[in-house]
Design a binder for this molecule. Structure first.
Ligand code: IPM
Ligand code: MG
Length: 359
């Protein structure tokens, strides 16, 4: 029997609830599709800080390094906002991405027909949207040096550095070109080259790569215009390639096209080693522990893990189909609730997904 080792990182807030649903479904599809998953639950984020003093304890990173794939739920809570930056939950996530070399973050945004009324945008605008945000994840202003806070001339000053090397741009651009080829062959690179030197380098490298990929049609947008185009006419996009900070912002914006950020999965990949699969949404501390969370982005992240990380295509299909069916049958968590639909909590949603998984 095929065996896979998966590290689960439940993290904070709604993380443990949605992890429980994902684990239950993964066990079910594994049994049905003839493989086994050995789960190893590890600490990250605020939960790790409380237990060990560090947001990414060494044993967690080691376990991830030794796994076939890592499935993370969410980290963060206002409870930890006053901690020194290196102890905050977010620092644990950044250290994990960096420690595993996960430079390529893929965030697919596809409209589920059953949810076309759930978006705050008009149905005509979002119908048929099927785009992929390719976000650089281990560089840019998130990791650039120097950074910090200093006091000079009697005033405090804070600063970060947005920096990319040519090779960092090339390796993420290569991923985006390859994915564009498998999709509709359109690549839109997003930068701020009208103002930022780092963005001009980004644009020059993408242009150079475009010349070597005549089968991909390449365009460029400034990030402000891209933000506008995403809500004006999102169907124009196939693959959106961008840096770490712009990708963070644009992927939340793109998530809302689907009606709820509770629907969006992501994959973070390096050049080798295990990938990290996680929902785009955060830990939703306001509803944590109340059985209200939408587990679908987590389940769809588990599906991406099965497809990309573990090469279990049929099991991945089963989970994705279950999500479509449950939505088509009118089941909704609170974030998506609409007239005529049946409202479910997180656990009951998990049970419906299980019931809609087979055949
Ligand atoms: C995301 C999140 C993270 C990020 C935070 C939690 C550090 O917003 O994955 O988009 O900014 O990358
Ligand atoms: Mg974000």
């Amino acid at each position: 029997m095929r065996q896979h080792r998966v590290v689960l990182l439940p993290g904070d807030g709604i993380g443990p609830e949605i992890t429980a649903v994902a684990r239950m479904l993964l066990e079910a599809v594994a049994a049905r599709h003839g493989f086994a998953i050995q789960f190893d639950e590890q600490l990250i984020g605020g939960a790790a800080h409380v237990a060990t003093g560090a947001p990414l304890p060494e044993p967690s990173l080691e376990a991830c390094r030794g796994a076939d794939a890592v499935l993370l739920a969410a980290i963060g809570s206002p409870r930890f906002d006053a901690l020194p930056r290196e102890q905050r939950p977010e620092s644990g996530l950044l250290a994990l991405r960096s420690g595993l070399g996960l430079f390529a973050n893929l965030r697919p945004v596809k409209i589920v027909p059953a949810l076309s009324d759930a978006s705050s945008l008009k149905k005509e605008v979002i119908e048929g949207v099927d785009l992929l945000v390719v976000r650089e994840l281990t560089g840019g202003i998130y990791f650039g040096q120097p950074k910090g806070r200093v006091t000079a001339d009697g005033e405090e000053r804070g600063f970060n550095t947005m920096t990319y090397s040519a090779s960092e741009v090339d390796r993420i651009a290569r991923v985006a070109f390859e994915l564009a080829k498998e999709r509709r062959g359109q690549l839109c690179s997003v930068d701020k080259a009208n103002v930022l030197d780092v963005s001009q380098l980004w644009r020059d490298r993408v242009e150079a790569m475009a010349a070597a990929h005549p089968e991909v049609s390449v365009s460029h947008l400034y990030v402000d215009n891209a933000a506008m185009q995403l809500v004006r006419n999102p169907r124009q996009f196939d693959v959106l390639l961008t840096g770490n900070l712009f990708g963070d912002i644009l992927s939340d914006e793109a998530a809302m096209l689907t009606g709820s950020i509770g629907m969006l999965p992501s994959a973070s990949l390096g050049s080798d080693g295990p990938g990290l699969f996680e929902p785009v949404h955060g830990s939703a501390p306001d509803i944590a522990g109340q059985d209200k969370a939408n587990p679908m982005a987590m389940v769809l992240s588990a599906a991406m893990m099965l497809r990309i990380g573990l090469k279990e295509t049929e099991a991945a299909d089963a989970l994705e189909t279950a999500v479509d069916r449950v939505l088509a049958a009118g089941y909704r968590t609170g974030d998506l609730m609409a007239e005529g639909c049946t409202s479910l909590g997180c656990r009951a949603m998990g049970e419906q997904l299980l019931a809609h998984c087979n055949g």
